[in-house]
Structure formats: C-alpha cells, structure tokens
Ligand binder design. Sequence first.
Ligand code: PGA
Length: 243
Amino acid sequence: MEIKVYKDYQAMSEAAAEMIKNEMKQDNHIVLGLATGSTPIGLYQKLAESCAAGEISFQHASSYNLDEYVGIPMDHPESYHTFMNENFFKHVDFPKGATHVPWTDGVNPEVDCRAYDEAVQKAGGIDIQVLGIGGNGHIAFNEPDESFTEETHIAYLDERTIQDNSRFFDSMEQVPKSAITVGMGVIMKARRVIILANGANKADAVYKMVHGQIKPQVPASILRLHPNVTLLLDEDAARKLKK
Ligand code: PGA
C-alpha cells in the first residue's frame, strides 16, 4: 500500500483527481468504481472542472457505484442515486446508461445482488476503484463482521455508521438500516484502488487499516493484500500513523 499525505482536503482531492485523469488519458474506455460520502466530493468537483475545461471526457467511460440504501426511493434527496447525480454525473459527459448505482426494491434482493456482480464482470471489472473509509473501518457497506463477504449483498448498518450518516437525515430513526453493497470481490479485483480519508475522526480507522491485523472486524485492512492501492490522506487523518 502506497501512502501519501497532503496538507489538507483540497490538496488530497487534487492529487486523487490527477491520478484518475492520468489513467483516463491512457485509457478513455475506463471503468470507474465510484463511492459516495463527503470524502470524494472534492475529487468529483476537480474531475468535473477538468471535463468542462476539455482535458478529459467520460464519453467512452463507464462507472459502477459501491452501494445504495435499501428502503428509500431512488429519487430521495439522500439516496446515493441522487448524491451521484448532484455531485458528479450531471456535471460531466457520461453517455446515457453508462453510470450504474446498485439498486434493490427489497422484493428480490438476491436477484438484484447477483445481477450487479454480473454487470461489473461483463464490463471487465473495475479499472480504478475510488473508496472512502468509515469511522469504523468499513469500505462500501462492508461493516465490521466475523468474515469478509465476497459478493454483492444486503448489509445491516453498524451502530456507528447509522450515527455517522444521521447528519444527512432529520433523525437517527430516518437513517436506513440496510443497504445493497458490493462485497470485497469487486473491490479486490479492481486493477487499482485509490482510498481517501480526511479529518481527525478517520485517524483511528486509518491507523487500524495500516498497522492493525488484517481482519474482517476492520474491513479496510484487507486492502493491504491488494497489489495496487494508493491511500491518500490529509494530515489530520494521518496523524496516528507511524513514521
Ligand atoms: P464519508 O464516508 O466520506 O462521508 O466520511 C465514508 C464512508 O463511510 O465510507
């Protein structure tokens, strides 16, 4: 795992955007794995600016998101479909149908999970996977557990995740308690992984991911077994790391 520390969120986001732009210049048919959350918003803004300036284009690219809540409508203001449209897709030039966010209405979740894995596989897998990390060490909605899950699945949100995500809802009760999420298979088979973390509230999770045991109780720790991971941090998220 390559670790890079930047002075602040802005610098971290710019560096992540440069990495993705460079990959896109080499392969404009790139398959991007995308994440939601506060962390990648700066990265998406930078990519949108580059697209508007004509430096990159998404016309031949496609994208697959990590996860989506179960139990709220697709057009809910806090759905990840809405998040991606508002923060990224509507600002860049993906062709219609090229962006994918997992979805289940909860009636046949197993069918929806299998279909998502098959779609990613049919696309040839992910070229670059963008990730954030949860305060509890989760990646996507792979929450701390007794074992790692390989396939796309329905996950029940951890107490800490519900609490962290309640900032987007009027109350804790309104936070969905389950989600459809890719498993470790899609993430670990990505050709390159870029994981971002900023802020002091991520310092413990980052420490455990980098220095702790590789175990499903710290889901992000599995990334140490991936051959091509870059961890981008701001100084606050990096402050507990050993020199
Ligand atoms: P955040 O979430 O970017 O909103 O901090 C990251 C995550 O939970 O994976």
